[in-house]
Write a protein that binds this ligand. Structure first.
Ligand code: SF4
Length: 214
């Protein structure tokens, strides 16, 4: 996957590059109300895909040779047993990562995920400041859940990364350096930066980064 991505980014490709990543949103349920949630009004509705649907999709992905699956939501930890089933089904063919707020990623669950075959966890942290992260997620324990999830992943051997959706407030050198300092203290091997988009709760809002901010 890495060599394919390097070829694509540098324009050194001959022919089409196959699909590299599939993002499988397995739940629209969540206990948070994040400012930027892309599910927006769809949050907390029914589960659109049954386990039979998800299994069928995963079998297709295996046939296509897609090497990397990101399981997301809503909060995928709220559909834990189905997530384990999917990982076990595909683990000999592809690599699995989960995208989570950290909610419910206890030591026991981290261990179950590791045994099932999970490689890594994309854990969302929107601010280096605890109070600001909690306010952004509208939940008083959101920050502490991130810290616990990072620790639990590290203990069982799941690779944790932090994922930051960069807002206007965070788009400065000072804020990002504070964030990276925290990531370094937590011994996080890499951080993902995502750009805010006018979708979900951010639809119609002034959230796109300016050229300067980028
Ligand atoms: S944790 Fe994810 S799914 Fe839940 S409200 Fe926040 S952005 Fe939406």
């Amino acid at each position: 996957m890495i060599s394919q991505e390097i070829k694509r980014a540098s324009g050194h490709t001959s022919g089409e590059i196959p699909l590299q990543t599939l993002i499988l949103s397995i739940s629209s349920r969540c206990h948070y109300h994040c400012e930027h949630c892309y599910e927006g009004k769809n949050l907390k509705q029914w589960e659109a895909l049954s386990i039979a649907d998800l299994t069928k999709l995963l079998r297709e992905a295996i046939k296509l040779g897609i090497p990397h699956i990101q399981i997301g939501g809503g909060e995928p930890m709220l559909r834990f047993d189905d997530m384990l089933r999917l990982i076990k089904l595909g683990r000999d063919h592809m690599e699995f990562w989960v995208s989570t707020s950290g909610y419910g990623l206890t030591r026991d669950k981290a261990w179950d995920l590791k045994v099932a075959g999970l490689t890594g966890a994309n854990i969302s942290l929107d601010h280096w400041d605890e109070e600001k992260h909690n306010r952004f997620r509208d939940h008083p324990e959101a920050y502490i859940r991130v810290m616990e999830a990072v620790e639990n992943c590290k203990v069982v051997g799941i690779i944790p990364n932090l994922t930051l959706c960069i807002t206007h407030e965070m788009a400065s050198e000072e804020q990002l350096m504070n964030y990276m300092e925290l990531a370094r203290k937590l011994e996080i091997p890499f951080v993902r930066f995502l750009e805010a988009r006018k979708a979900g709760n951010y639809a119609g809002k002034d959230v796109l980064l300016t050229g300067q901010e980028q």
